[in-house]
Design a protein around this ligand. Structure first.
Ligand SMILES: Cc1cc2nc3c(=O)[nH]c(=O)nc-3n(C[C@H](O)[C@H](O)[C@H](O)COP(=O)(O)O)c2cc1C
Length: 330
């Protein structure tokens, strides 16, 4: 049984990874319904939050039904990070997560995200200050290291634990790798095998089949799996992993009726949350995966991803349901 602070997250929890422009409240709610045990917001800029930049502040919204939820923030300036802890706390998350893994240049160049992997002392001192500044559990998401020559994740994780970090999620790539190559879970297992580690160690990177989740649990011995890309437009992935764990067999893929219902609810929740224009726009990226594998689907997909009015998108869903009602997904 894993615990993040006092929060019981069960045996080998499945965590929805923080994903920019993806892990918004509607999507998190759908993943939660389909078996995600913990969900995280996309990363939110501490500098944006303290300036009250509306785009950052909107990302703090959470629904009751998605709990336990972690709000992820990034930054490298102590004062801004501490102030944003206070702002984040006001929206009532269960967990505060620090992003020490984002590889993109505009974040790294400011010493934030994976940039901090070049200054482990700062990484540890920022974490310690944040832990002391809140009663909420503080978790960290990071990568193996800056590059292949600087993988010190065992030592880093232990130091983070020692300053009060409540759990650590590790993406099995270095910053230099960005998203290339395969995620390497062996160093994450080394973190877990460190006798001094007692906080949960969650593995991340390339878990895209139930078999891989099982490997992460049984061969690598990790405490849970954080899942990103495999869930985009496919919130059923969490349930499928759990079904596989319980039965050793693959669950039947969601039917057309279920897919259309999910796409519909996703869009409804998004409109409810952000209004018609943004709701329609930001849900588009999920449709390809919701309806993956259907032949001659382009015309329908185009309608879904180019229509500006929700009524047209809903009409496209209805057409698809009628035309492909009995389509057998594999
Ligand atoms: C579209 C996208 C957005 C992402 N945004 C974030 C983010 O905001 N914060 C973060 O810590 N990681 C972010 N990541 C990284 C993921 O959380 C995860 O570490 C990575 O995708 C590897 O896991 P996966 O193979 O299961 O996708 C993002 C990844 C993707 C694909």
């Amino acid at each position: 049984m894993s615990k993040i602070g006092d929060i019981d997250v069960g045996d080998f929890p499945l965590l929805l990874a923080p994903m920019e422009d993806v892990s918004d409240p509607p999507f998190r709610a759908l993943c939660k319904e389909q078996g995600a045990d913990v969900v995280y917001t996309e990363f939110i800029s501490s500098e944006g939050l303290i300036r009250d930049a509306s785009k950052s502040v909107m990302k703090l919204d959470i629904y009751e039904k998605e709990r336990p939820v972690g709000i992820q923030i990034f930054g490298a300036v102590l004062e801004s990070m501490l102030k944003s802890v206070e702002i984040v706390e006001a929206s009532g998350p269960d967990i505060i997560d620090i992003n020490f893994g984002c590889p993109v240049k505009k974040v790294v160049s400011k010493g934030a995200g994976a940039g901090i992997l070049k200054d482990i002392d700062l990484m540890v001192s920022l974490t310690e200050a944040m832990v002391k500044h809140t009663k909420l559990p503080v978790t960290v998401k990071t990568r193996l290291g800056w590059d292949d020559d600087s993988i010190k994740i065992v030592e880093v994780a232990e130091r983070l634990q020692d300053v009060g970090c409540a759990a650590i999620s590790i993406h099995g790539r270095t910053r230099a790798q960005m998203y290339k190559g395969e995620a390497n879970w062996a160093p994450i297992a080394e973190v877990k095998n460190n006798q001094r580690m007692h906080i949960p160690v969650f593995g991340n990177g390339d878990v895209d089949t139930p078999e891989k989740a099982m490997l992460m649990r049984d061969k690598f011995g990790l405490d849970g799996a954080m899942i990103g890309r495999a869930s985009i437009g496919y919130p059923w992935f969490f349930k499928e992993v759990k079904h596989y764990f319980e039965t050793g067999t693959h669950a039947a893929p969601p039917t057309m009726v279920e897919r259309v219902a999910a796409a519909r609810r996703h869009l409804e929740m998004a409109i409810d949350w952000k209004g018609e224009t943004l709701g329609v726009f930001e849900t588009r990226r999920h449709y390809t995966n919701y309806f993956k594998g259907i032949p001659h689907f382009k015309e329908h997909r185009m309608k879904m991803v180019t229509s500006d009015a929700s009524a047209d998108v809903f009409a496209a869903f209805d057409e698809v349901l009628e035309k492909f009602h009995d389509f057998q997904f594999v």
